[in-house]
Structure formats: C-alpha cells, structure tokens
Design a protein around this ligand. Structure first.
Ligand SMILES: NS(=O)(=O)c1nc2c(F)c(F)c(F)c(F)c2s1
Ligand SMILES: [Zn+2]
Length: 259
C-alpha cells in the first residue's frame, strides 16, 4: 500500500539503495578484531599474477580500475578460504576527501585513508565474470588497506598515469604491471562472506582482507583526489569519498588466518 511504499534511502553517490531489501551478507563491515575467530584450517593464499595480462586503466565514474586479460588462467589466486582457483579481472581503490576516512572496511571502527580491491572470479565453475557476479561463490576480492607513510614506488607508476584518466570514461593503455607489489608480504588476513560494495551489490563475494596495510605518501593520496566523477565537458565533481557506508554484520562470523 502507499504507506508501506516508503522510498529506500539512496546513497548520494551511486543512487544505490543504502540497504538491499532481504540482504543478509552485505559489505563493507567493521571487523572487530577480538570477535574474529581463528580458523586453523584456513590455507595460505597463493597469488600468481602475470604482469603481461595487464590491459588498461579506466575511470568508470565510481573509481579508477586497472583491468586484466582474464581469458585464461594467467593471473590467479588459490588457497586461503577458497575452494577453487579464481582469475584476476581488475583492481580499483576507494578513498576519502581527507586522510581521516576513505576505506570501506574498518578495523575496530578505525578507517584507513584508502582501500585497494583486487577482484577475481571463479572461472572453474562459471563461464564468465558476468555470470560469476550473480553466484554466492562467484567472486573473491582481496582488500588491502592503505595508510599514510612512505612513498610506495610500485603505486607511483599507477599515480603517474592518473592525469590521463581524469574524466569519467577516459581509458589509457597500461601494461606490464604486477599488482602483487601492492599486497603486503605478511600472510595474515580476515575472511567473511559478503557482497559487491557498488551496484549491483550482489552477495557473491568471498572477502579476504589483509591484516597489514601498505604505506603510501600524501602526494599519492592527493593524486587519487584529482580524479573526477564527471565526464569531460560536465561541471567538475572531484572523485572523493567513493566508499559505501558500513553494513550490518547480521548472522556472520569473520574468520582470521592468524592467532
Ligand atoms: N567494490 S567491490 O565490491 O570490490 C566491486 N564492486 C563491483 C561492481 F559493482 C561491479 F559492477 C563490478 F563489475 C565489479 F567488478 C565490482 S568489484
Ligand atoms: Zn571496491
């Protein structure tokens, strides 16, 4: 009826619903360290990326994505909480207007200034990424926190390319980049069952959140903030605060790979 037809609250950035009706495993979440449960059966995560699978960088109006050739098992992850091998499709970041916030996940309610997501799909069980996005075990996303500190030399090659993708829909060729340089060597991670944090928000992601952050410097974070949500010719809106609000944990346990 009319009185029940209340409009779902929409997030200003994406006009996406803040909550998915019936959603039971939405992301991001706060990771309460002391509530996470050590699982001795969790395996180490095995990451094997081939830098020649790197294709291009593009600004999709939510973030900037570095996309990979996922037509074969050339850049993959296996092990950890995963039952299958997953193929790297793209990586992207979320960040804030200032260093006090920007990450999607929080640890003990602490925000980091930015968060990296490496998106993989289950090519063993599904024929395409688009199909995997709709399945409960379709995707595996590695989350890496960024903290303010020393300049990150590996990230700098990415930062140097950002002016070329300042506007929404801009794309440039980008090759020979190995994203494992952005992943901390410490093997420790948390893992939980969640969702995409941007539309279509599907509950298809096994999240693997690295415990240790990587360090980047102020200039590198500022470079992210020079990007635009808007296309060339539109009134400029700076690409900042492109993170989704925290979602309820509901009936989920966050497991840790470490004591
Ligand atoms: N922030 S996220 O959860 O890692 C994430 N969201 C999305 C998304 F909305 C998509 F449409 C998409 F094609 C993705 F590959 C991802 S990956
Ligand atoms: Zn993301």
């Amino acid at each position: 009826s009319r009185k029940n037809a209340r409009k779902a609250a929409l997030h200003p950035l994406w006009q996406s619903p803040l909550t998915i009706p019936g959603g039971t495993r939405q992301s991001p979440i706060n990771i309460q360290w002391r509530d996470s449960v050590y699982d001795p059966f969790l395996k180490p995560l095995k990451i094997s990326y081939d830098p020649t699978t790197c294709l291009h960088i593009w600004n999709n109006g939510y973030s900037f994505l570095v996309e990979f050739d996922d037509s074969a098992d050339r850049s993959t992850i296996v092990g950890g909480p995963l039952e299958n091998q997953y193929r790297l499709k793209q990586f992207h970041f979320h960040w804030g207007a200032i260093n006090d916030w920007g990450s999607e996940h929080t640890v003990d309610s602490k925000f980091y200034p930015a968060e990296l997501h490496l998106v993989h799909w289950n090519a063993v069980e599904y024929p395409s990424f688009e199909e995997a996005v709709m399945e409960g075990n379709g995707l595996a996303v590695i989350g890496v926190f960024l903290k303010l500190g020393a300049r990150h030399e590996g990230l700098q090659t990415l930062v140097d390319a950002l002016p070329a993708v300042r506007h929404k829909d801009a794309v440039i060729e980008f090759d020979d980049f190995d994203p494992s340089c952005l992943i901390p060597s410490c093997p420790d991670y948390w893992t939980y069952a969640g969702s995409l944090t941007t539309p279509p928000l599907t509950e298809s992601v096994t999240w693997i959140i690295k415990k240790k952050p990587i360090e980047v410097d102020e200039n590198q974070l500022e470079a992210f903030r020079t990007l635009l949500f808007t296309s060339d010719g539109e009134e400029e809106r700076r690409m900042v605060d492109n993170f989704r609000p925290l979602q309820p944990l509901m009936n989920r346990t966050v497991r840790s790979s470490f004591r």
